[in-house]
Design a protein around this ligand. Structure first.
Ligand code: ADP
Ligand code: ADP
Length: 221
């Protein structure tokens, strides 16, 4: 589903050059739930952003669903990203002055012209994460675990084949973290969604199919 070949990423400014990813090749199968661990600064977020087509590698090749995305125009890339990928972040990245339902409808604005259909799909996604009773709340009126569930609903509303999650349980206590993890595990099992998750938490990583460890931009396991 995701194939990375000899990926390198160098961040350059006038004065410093950082080799963030140093030759990583990785195959992630359809339906796999993979976790990525490693110390702060080892390149986890950079690698996830490259997989998510949010950031371009300096060298190497990426294929997603057998398609070589290096040939895509920016417009095609944006559309592809919107259709294939869902993103979840540690700090939720919700829009605080939009209600829960409107937050979840956002990814559909680019592709579903019917307001009614958007509402139906967003309501269904919120049902899946157990938040049917919070549609009209604002994010600031919710707990951290609930906010992350809204973010998951937003990530899955367009039915993506791949979910990329950057420390989705990082801001949550272990009970709420486990709830979020259960939602992701069920999503992977029941819908066959491929999931790549960065985490600092060994106990979360051990619930996934495979663990990749990074150190200094290289894969060590
Ligand atoms: P970045 O991607 O910019 O390195 P991270 O998302 O990895 O940031 O880290 C988010 C926060 O988690 C940071 O404040 C970081 O200091 C903190 N953090 C780092 N290591 C751990 C750890 N072992 N357990 C919990 N939190 C950690
Ligand atoms: P992690 O997510 O494992 O904490 P990151 O992928 O955020 O690591 O960062 C990897 C390395 O790249 C770090 O050394 C970091 O300082 C550097 N880095 C990340 N983003 C940038 C950037 N925009 N500009 C320059 N250096 C960066």
């Amino acid at each position: 589903m995701i194939r990375l070949q000899n990926i390198e990423k160098v961040y350059r400014t006038d004065t410093v050059e950082t080799l963030a990813i140093n030759g990583i090749s990785l195959d992630i199968a359809k339906g796999e739930f993979l976790s990525i661990m490693g110390p702060s600064g080892c390149g986890k977020s950079t690698l996830l952003n490259i997989m998510g087509l949010l950031d371009e590698p300096s060298k190497g090749n990426i294929k997603i669903d057998e398609q070589d995305i290096s040939r895509f125009s920016d417009q095609k890339l944006a559309k592809f990203r919107n259709q294939k990928l869902g993103f979840i972040f540690q700090s939720y990245h919700l829009i605080n002055d939009l209600r829960v339902l409107d937050n979840v409808e956002l990814p559909l604005l680019y592709r579903t012209s019917s307001a009614k259909e958007r509402k139906v799909l967003a309501t269904a996604a919120l049902e899946k994460v157990g938040l049917s009773n919070r549609l009209k709340h604002f994010p600031t009126q919710l707990s951290g675990g609930q906010r992350q569930r809204v973010a998951i609903a937003r990530a899955i509303v367009g039915n993506p084949q791949i979910i990329l999650a950057d420390e989705p349980t990082g801001n949550l206590d272990s009970a709420m973290g486990n709830e979020i993890m259960d939602i992701l595990i069920n999503l992977n099992k029941n819908e066959g969604t491929t999931i790549v998750m960065v985490t600092h938490d060994e106990s979360m990583a051990h619930k996934t199919h495979r663990l990749v460890r990074l150190f200094d931009g290289s894969q060590v396991q």
